[in-house]
Design a protein around this ligand. Sequence first.
Ligand code: SF4
Length: 254
Amino acid sequence: MFIKKEHTYFLKVVSISFLFLSLIAFFLLWIVSGGIEKINPELPFYIFLFFIALFFLFTIIFISSLFIKYNIKYNKKQVILLNFARLILIKFLYPLAFFITSIFRINREKMQNSFIEINNFLLFSTVKRVTHERMLILLPHCLQLHKCKAKITEDIHNCLSCGKCNIKDLTMLGDKKNIYIAVATGGTIARAVLEEKRPKIVIAVACERDLSSGILDSFPLPVFGLPNMRPNGPCRDTLVDVNVLTELIEKIVV
Ligand code: SF4
C-alpha cells in the first residue's frame, strides 16, 4: 500500500472530524431518547444518523484506497470514481476539515497543504493532458519584489528583467513554453482572468489558504496548486521554485 506522507495529515484531520461528529451524533441520540437504554433504533432519525455515519466511513475508506494504486493509468470507470472522490474531497471533506481545525486548533496550514497534495494527486490521475496554449498559470502579486514599480499585474511582460525576484524567470518560462501567465492581486481578479481565458487546466501558485479557496471556488475546473515560499513572512517578497513549476508543467502537457 502506498500512501504519500504529505497526504496523511489531511486524512488524520478527517478521521478526527469523523470521530467528533460520531460523538455528537451519539450525544444527540442520548438527549432525544432520554437515556441510552431508551434509544429506539427504528426511528427514521436514527436510521438517518446511521447512514450519515456510514457515509463518513465510506468516504474515508474510499479516499484512503486511492493511494493503493498510485501513478498508474486509470480506465474510464476508475476516472469517474476518482472524479467522484475529488468532488467529495472538495465539497464535503475539506469544509469539514476546515471546521474541525477551527475547533481543535489543529495546524490549518498543514491540513491545507495536505489537501492541495491530494487534489493534485487526483488531478494527475484523471485530467487529460493539454497543449501549452490551453493551460494558464496564476501567480500571486506578492512574488514581485515589493519595491519594484513594474506594472506586472497588467502584463507580466512589463517586468524589466532585473532578476531580483522570480518574475523574470517565470516570464521567460511562460514565453518559452507559450503559456499564458497572469498575476492576480486577489480572488476577484483571478476569477475574471479565468472567465476571460477559459483555460482547460490551471496551475496556481499562492499560499495554502488562497490555493485551497481557489481550488474550491473554481471546481470543477482542474486547478493544480503549488504553495509558495514565504521567507519574509506572508504576502511579502515570496518565492516559488521555478524548477518544480517546470516539472509540474511537463507532467501535464501533451
Ligand atoms: S524581476 Fe525585477 S523588474 Fe521584474 S518584477 Fe522582479 S523586481 Fe521587478
